[in-house]
Each structure stands twice: as C-alpha cells, then as structure tokens.
Design a protein around this ligand. Sequence first.
Ligand code: DP6
Length: 326
Amino acid sequence: MQQATAIAHPNIALIKYWGKRDIRLNLPAVGSLSITLDALSTRTRVCFDSTLGSDSFILDGVGADARRITACLDLLREAARIDTRARVESSNDFPTAAGLASSASGFAALVVAADAALGLGLPADMLSMHARLGSGSAARSIFGGFVEMARGSRQDGTDAVARPLLAADAWPLEVVIAITECDAKALASSAAMTATSESAPFYAAWVRSSRPDLRAARQAVLARDFDALADVSVHSCLKMHAVMMSARPPVMYWNAATVACVRCLTALREAGLPVFYTIDAGPQVKAICQPEACDAVEHALRSIPGVAELRRSGLGGAAHVVEGAA
Ligand code: DP6
C-alpha cells in the first residue's frame, strides 16, 4: 500500500474565474488572482491499494461521487505507470460546497497527497495543472499567499497553471468571512458556468474585460496598493455575479444577508476603513481587510441578521504533505 496525507487551504479569488474555454480539460476562459487562507483547511488521505476494484471517496465521513477524483488520480497514475485504485478520505474544518472553496482545497490536497503516496515528486506547476482538472480554482490552492492563475492559450492546457505572485507575509491582509448559509449550495459552479456561457448575453464582454482587471490586480498586489486592489476586486466580483444573473435561467447565489453584508462593508469603506468584499459561488461574504480594520469589520458583520457565523483568517498556507509517502 502506498499512502500519504496532505493539507491544503481554500483560496478566495479577487479576480474571478468564471467560464471555461475547454470543458473536458477544465481550461479557464479567463485568468484569475486569489489569496490562500491559512485558517480553513482540508485534510486528505490517499491510499493506493491493489485489492481495490475502483477508487472510493469519503467526504466528511460520507461516501461521495468519485468521478472527478478518478479523473485527477488517472493523471498521477499515468505519471507513475501504475493502475492501482485508491481509497480517498477527506475532511473539511468548514462547511463543504457552500461557496467556501472546498473543491479548491480538496483537489489541491488530493493531488499533493497522491503525488507523495506515489513518490512522484512532481514540480508545483505540474501539481497545479493536475489539480485544475479536478477544479479550476484548485490549481491556485497549491500555493500560499497571493496567487495568479493563467488562462493559458495552449490546447492541451499545459500553460493553464497557477503561480505564486507575492508571499503572504509580504502583505499580511486578513479576511473575515460571514457565513450566511451553512447548507450546500443549490447549483455547482461548473453547471452554473455552463449556463452562463451558453445563455448570458454579457458573457463575451465578461471574458474580454477580464484581462485588464487581472493586470490591474497584479499591479496592485505587487505595489501593495490596497485601494486599487479593492476597486478592481469589487468590480470583478460584481461583474461575475451580474453576468450569471443575466443567464437564462438566471443564476443567483445571494440571499438577503449577503446583500446586507455588501451594504455594510461598502459603508465602512466609504467611512475610511481599509476593507472590501468579494463573493463566490455561494451566499457567503468575504471581507478582505488591512489588519487594523478587522475588529471593526467583525463587529459590524456580527450584528447583521442572517449572519450565522464569522470566521477570521490570515493569508498563507501552500498545500503540503503531513504524513507518509511511498
Ligand atoms: C466563483 O473552481 O469551483 O469561486 O472548475 O468547475 O470546479 P470548476 O469551478 P470552481 O469555480 C470557482 C468559481 C468562483 C471563482 C473563483 O474561484 O475564481
């Protein structure tokens, strides 16, 4: 038996990935930029066992669909020239599939654990490429801190990989997450992306306008320019939600508390607090702050009806092996 365990952290996109240029290889239609969170984590154990007839997947103690896991593991099996099936056990210390990027940390941890179990020692960009096949955002969770994911232009996707942009400690921002709904979301992001690209009249404009957003965000990160990063991040977030709302049928992840959090954080920023928000494929609101604003932001969000829980996180956390190897 070859086994290993890895931990990976979710990431939050400031410049959003939404839409695919190739569904089979899971290639993004746009580049993206994210921050990896150190306070939330996924722990995944992969055990290759020659007695197994197929891959199995247990998520938070419950049997789950292993198809995407198999697609990801097949790449690593090919690299290791083996055909052995694996038992995969994964657990999250935060709500699964509720817009907190559990698929990002999940597939990053899977790939890192499988690589270690098979003794492959693949370079980080290869791990990022393999994680992408499981989930586009997972390619970014291989790295900690500020991370940029390239759209790439090659048909085979070898250039659609993430790379670290700035270390977490070079600009230690903090994040306050307002959880407004703990249940799994209604529509998975893959299906919502397909609906958007097939029917949203603004989809082409979304894709076209993402490149300058990415450039502006990259420059803002490298210059540690909080206001510039805030402006372009809020723009990317609202534009992504606007394009999905324009799909038929519409895709709408927000609830009343989501909107209340957005209004509250907008008012705080207008009052001079260094904070801005972003929202992914779910109703949770993530407030990105300079450290000195965190307490006031947490206090303000706590009083909003419908905010069930608040989590705080710093940046950090590249995916890493915690136990075992070949
Ligand atoms: C809104 O990475 O979950 O969080 O590649 O289909 O698995 P798949 O999608 P996924 O989508 C993430 C969408 C997003 C924005 C982002 O993280 O960039």
